[in-house]
Design a protein around this ligand. Sequence first.
Ligand code: CA
Length: 227
Amino acid sequence: MRILIVEDEKDLAMILSEILNMEGYYTDNAYDGESGLDNALSGIYDLIILDIMLPVMDGIQVLREIRKSSITIPVLMLTAKSEIEDKVLGLDNGADDYLTKPFNTKELLARVRALSRRKEKTLISDNIEFEDIILDKTTHEMIKDDQKIKLSKKEYDILELLILNYGKVVSKESLIMKIWGYDADIEYNSIEVYISFLRKKINAVNSRIHISTARGRGYTIKEKKNG
Ligand code: CA
């Protein structure tokens, strides 16, 4: 579970991270609306905790943009006691829940758990079908007819990202940024290793899709021509 915290009060953002990390959630922080939105659109998060009063772009705007892009991640809005109106506005704009500051830890964790359960439920019926394969979001299996092969989490994420960007070349930089995160310590070579594992697994189930290398630019998913 990876949670994005968009909160400009750094002390509060840090406390939130600490609480969530102790419960085993991964967290990333953004301190203004614009970078929060950039992060949110990467599609790597399972939940977003979004403050309303933010510099550059406020939380309501961020939420609107997220929903416009048809990203369905649960969003938990943070609101100050004096901003009751904002709550209503937030819910109208597609927030899933809100929490009034100051909040207690137990309440925060309860909300996060409830929202992550909701997310899991929507995932069950949310497999990705592409050409002759199905990717199972919950088990990370690649299924073709009666054949199944288990992908590692990263392999799954890479393949999913390539499929969602069908018709485009996905650069190694963007794979790293979207899957490992902004400050990840991973080498381009490791991406090549993941891609070669994925290719082997795709061959193993005899799928007609393949990952093609766009030299110097990145990777793109293609369908093998018959014959
Ligand atoms: Ca704020």
